[in-house]
Design a protein around this ligand. Sequence first.
Ligand SMILES: [Zn+2]
Length: 76
Amino acid sequence: MSEKLKHKAQQQPATNNVVAMPSQCGCEGCKKKADQMNFCAEHFDWFKFGLITKEGKRPTDFDKKFSAYTKHQKVA
Ligand SMILES: [Zn+2]
C-alpha cells in the first residue's frame, strides 16, 4: 500500500484589507449602532432583502425593492 504524499502549500496573497469598522450602522445616514454585519437590526434586514449593498448603498431600483419590502413586512 503506497500513497503519494501531496505536499503543495497553497499560498494565498494577503489582499484582504482589514479595515477597522466603526461599530455604527453602515447604511448612509443611519446613526444607530451596528448589530450585525455593520448594520443595525433594521438595515441588516434591508441588506438581507437587497435594499442596500454591504457598503450601505442603495441600488438603482431601491424604490421598487423598498415597496416590495414594506409589503413583505405587512404580510409577515
Ligand atoms: Zn441602520
